[in-house]
Design a protein around this ligand. Sequence first.
Ligand code: SF4
Ligand code: SF4
Length: 86
Amino acid sequence: MSLLITKRCINCDMCEPECPNEAISMGEAFYQINPNLCTECIGHYDKPTCQSVCPISNTIVKDPDNPETEEQLWDKFVLLHHADKI
Ligand code: SF4
Ligand code: SF4
């Protein structure tokens, strides 16, 4: 399941440069996550690094509209980073 940035975001810019998939960008009012690029950091980190660096608790949460299994997230990781080797 990709993650979602809620309106609790204070636009501190901490998460955007840390995302290994470049899934985070500025939205209309606050930062947003592209669900097509977010893998919950699978393949890179043990836990979502955007959540780790965010200073405001409960700002980055699981996106209920984008449910994915761990297997699907791994498939996405391979497509994003190793498509040339498939
Ligand atoms: S969980 Fe990882 S891949 Fe998803 S937006 Fe956060 S930093 Fe990027
Ligand atoms: S780290 Fe948290 S508060 Fe800062 S821009 Fe990202 S989501 Fe918003």
